[in-house]
Write a protein that binds this ligand. Structure first.
Ligand code: FDA
Length: 394
């Protein structure tokens, strides 16, 4: 049985970051993954350009059953440190809205950078390896039966990610292993995910597929995001929807402000004074795509001139524009979700080292645990920060 100081299961964002950090400390590190390629999620992230971090990372950008949990690791590995790493590797990047940083060229550069760091740190990586069984000996070592033979280690790090995108090899392995060792796993569901219409709404809104508008969307708990809203064949998507999906529960409505940058009541009043005979259709079509206006509002109402609208009609119109309340059927699920909410309960882990409190030597990092970030590079920042925290401790 070949022994290593550290074995990391999962050659994704968190696993590779942890491996390099531990390797540079002189630890003998082996990374195992059942995929045929390391960092597959990184490669497709950010539309192929990897939104690798964010300039403004705050604990409030994360959802976790224990909101204080993320503070220590994020403070000890701020986004600036990852940016410095990216710069040292000569990777060119640019900033988009809300401090999001993307590679200029390709997400592949981030994977190459991580693999290079692992190589420099003396880390071994074995792909196409299935983990068949894991046990802990009385002496405190972990023994692994794998499709590539028997292995043992002093520290075992679980970096198997969440359930999103099963076609990229996502598995519930990390949760199963946590449960095997008696750790609590919180229920999981898809996050950063598009919504789907109920069937009758689908017929009504499907023709709007491809239309994007600025919006402010509010969830039942009051959380709100001002970003683009996109109509799709099946439902609603775009950054505002992905963000709010993290705060949405089945059966809840969401409230959509379709004119977040103007006061519709005031604008309608001004338009009425300036062009009293203008049709409502023409007025609204100055503010929103005409196709959307025609699907949202009644034909007879749209044909009315502004000076024919009674007070109650104007009030309802303003309400519909600023507070369109929508009951979605559900989400597209793990198939298209960017993250998994829930996972290994952080109350079971040390926020400093990511080590299981009840099982010395066993660590959980990245998305497998109950930490999910907003859209905007926060999920990778958590993978880097938690990976470094464990890498310094294993
Ligand atoms: P990750 O999923 O990266 O790695 C897990 C590894 O474990 C994989 O290599 C997998 O093969 C391996 N594994 C799983 N089960 C195993 C088993 N049983 N045995 C052995 N190995 C196993 N975030 C962000 O900040 N910016 C962005 O731009 C994007 N974009 C984005 C796009 C899309 C389409 C998705 C699906 C996700 C994103 N994300 C993102 C989220 C981000 O990709 C995600 O949060 C991190 O990759 C999580 O890193 P981990 O290392 O925890 O898991």
């Amino acid at each position: 049985m070949k022994h290593h100081d550290v074995i990391i299961i999962g050659a994704g964002a968190a696993g590779l970051m942890c491996a390099a950090t531990a390797g540079y400390r002189g630890r003998d590190v082996l990374v195992l993954d059942n995929a045929k390629q390391a960092g597959r999620k990184i490669l497709i992230s950010g539309g192929g350009r990897c939104n690798f971090t964010n300039l403004k990372v705050e604990p409030a950008n994360f959802i976790c059953g224990n909101p204080h949990f993320v503070k220590s690791a994020l403070a000890r590995y701020p986004s600036q440190q990852f940016i410095e790493l990216v710069e040292r590797h000569g990777i060119e990047y640019h900033e988009r809205d809300h401090g999001q940083l993307f590679c200029n060229d390709s997400a592949k550069e981030i994977v190459t950078m991580l693999l290079t760091e692992c190589e420099w740190a003396g880390v071994s990586i074995k792909l196409r390896t299935d983990i068949l069984a894991v046990s802990k000996t009385e002496a405190g070592r972990f023994e692994l039966n794998t499709s590539n033979g028997e292995l043992s280690c002093d520290s075992l790090v679980i970096a198997t990610g969440g359930l999103s995108m099963p076609k990229l090899g996502a598995t519930p392995y990390g949760y199963q292993l946590a449960e095997q060792f008696g750790l609590k796993v919180l229920p999981t569901h898809a996050g950063l995910v598009p919504f789907t219409w109920h069937s009758e709404d689908k017929i009504r809104f499907e023709p709007l597929s491809g239309i994007a508008v600025p919006s402010r969307i509010t969830a039942k708990d009051g959380t709100a995001f001002s970003e683009a809203l996109l109509f799709t064949h099946r439902g609603l998507s775009g950054p505002a929807i992905l963000q709010i999906s993290n705060y949405w529960k089945a059966g809840e409505t969401i409230e959509i402000n379709l004119l977040p940058n103007m006061d519709a009541a005031q604008a309608l009043e001004q338009q009425l004074t300036a062009h009293p005979k203008q049709s409502l259709r023409n007025t609204l079509s100055q503010w929103l795509p005409k196709r959307l206006v025609e699907v949202l509002f009644d034909e007879a109402l749209l044909n009315k001139a502004l000076n024919q609208l009674v007070h109650a009609e104007r009030a309802k119109l303003v309400d519909d524009l600023h507070r369109w309340t929508v009951l979605m059927n559900g989400t597209e699920g793990y198939r298209t979700a960017e993250v998994t909410l829930g996972g290994v309960d952080t109350h079971e882990l040390s926020s400093k080292t990511m080590e299981a409190i009840k099982v010395p030597g066993l660590f959980f990092i990245g998305e497998v645990m109950d930490v999910s970030g907003w859209l905007g590079g926060f999920n990778f920042q958590w993978a880097w920060a938690s990976g470094v925290a464990a890498g310094q401790a294993v």
